[in-house]
Design a protein around this ligand. Structure first.
Ligand SMILES: Nc1ncnc2c1ncn2[C@@H]1O[C@H](COP(=O)(O)OP(=O)(O)OP(=O)(O)O)[C@@H](O)[C@H]1O
Length: 329
């Protein structure tokens, strides 16, 4: 029997308090908003990571991998992201079909795959935006679906199909991102200044995001994803529509982030860029992992493009298109 299609991602998991905050902040000037900020310290100590406070017992929303399965082994402390048996169906079709991934802390991890391979669906489940039908996702040992609040503090997200509050200026947008993460005004101001300078947006912060170019929009969205100093950045196609100069600026920021111990997981259709910047990769197609591991191991001495086509490619069905050679004029 066919299931109904999933509702839009943001309609599924957005907690009520976040929605309220969004509604309250959209039209208000930044200075007024500052007083409403909840000053919750965001960075979580190492102790909290190792021994998170016992959460209230909740019904587990995710169908688990059987405990005796080898895939359900505990994650190690130096693993930033551990995905085990992750599954998602849309109707009767498996978009993600038992994916396992292990992303070492401090790495620059790339996910590549053909259109419809399941990259966005995987990243949406990893970041707590889309509920899996099965499997486990752990971020620094925390189960994203058992401890969403604690786990999401560790994660900065650039989602696919950006829908930004584009009637805000760049400054308001960053303020809004920081306020949602519970940062106080002074911290947001400091970080917004640092991030906008790093991304070359410092002279555009007074402009409406709706007037930004596609590349500027990506950059402000990545800046917003970083404002709470997450340990893990999950970026869905961060370089799409971004020119080479801006790409290099973004890469520079991300490299500094990983050099300081942060972890980046990104999806990309650029084989050249993925091969150049990532130290570990996964090639996925039809919702399954075809190869995963350190870059050199996956490549086996070939270029990523060659390896990608070898594993995920197929002969294009061009036969029967002779009509295309008979031009209409
Ligand atoms: N909300 C949805 N409802 C029904 N099917 C969906 C939905 N979202 C994704 N799919 C399907 O799941 C599969 C994986 O899609 P997904 O967007 O994860 O692929 P992708 O690898 O990110 O593709 P691309 O590179 O084109 O962005 C596709 O067959 C897609 O049509």
């Amino acid at each position: 029997m066919l299931e109904r299609p999933e509702p839009p991602v943001e309609a599924i998991e957005a907690p009520e308090d976040v929605v309220l905050l969004v509604e309250e902040t959209v039209e208000a000037p930044v200075d007024e908003l500052a007083d409403e900020v909840v000053e919750t310290p965001l960075e979580t100590s190492v102790e909290e990571l190792v021994e998170p406070p016992a959460p209230a017992k909740k019904r587990r929303p995710v169908r688990r991998t059987a405990p005796e399965s080898p895939a359900a082994t505990p994650a190690s402390a130096d693993v930033a992201l551990s995905v085990q048996g992750l599954t998602k169906f849309f109707g009767s079709a498996a978009a993600v079909d038992g994916i396992d991934l292990e992303v070492p802390a401090g790495s620059f991890f790339g996910i590549v795959g053909p259109n419809g391979a399941g990259k966005t669906t995987t990243l949406s489940m990893v970041t707590g935006l889309l509920r899996p039908d099965g499997g486990l996702v752990r971020v620094f040992g925390l189960d994203v679906w058992d401890n969403p609040t604690l786990a999401k503090r560790k994660i900065g997200v650039l989602p696919d199909r950006l829908r930004l509050f584009d009637r805000l200026t760049g400054a308001e947008f960053l303020y809004h991102a920081g306020a949602l993460r519970g940062l106080d005004r002074a911290t947001i101001a400091q970080r917004a200044a640092d991030l906008s300078a790093a991304f070359g947006l410092e002279h555009s912060l007074h402009r409406l995001v709706s007037d930004y170019s596609a590349g500027m929009t990506k950059k402000i969205a990545i800046a917003a994803a970083m404002i709470h100093a997450p340990r893990l950045l999950v970026l869905d196609e961060p370089f799409e529509s971004v020119d080479p100069v801006s790409t290099s600026v973004v890469l520079d920021v991300l490299r500094r982030f990983t050099a300081a111990g942060g972890t980046v997981v990104l999806s990309s259709h650029s084989m050249e860029l993925t091969e150049r910047v990532c130290d570990a990769i996964a090639i996925i197609a039809d919702g399954v992992v075809l190869a995963e591991g350190p870059l050199a191991e996956v490549l086996e001495g070939k270029s990523l493009e060659e390896r990608f086509v070898e594993l995920a490619g197929g002969e294009a069905a061009v036969e029967g298109m002779e009509w295309l050679q008979n031009f209409s004029d």
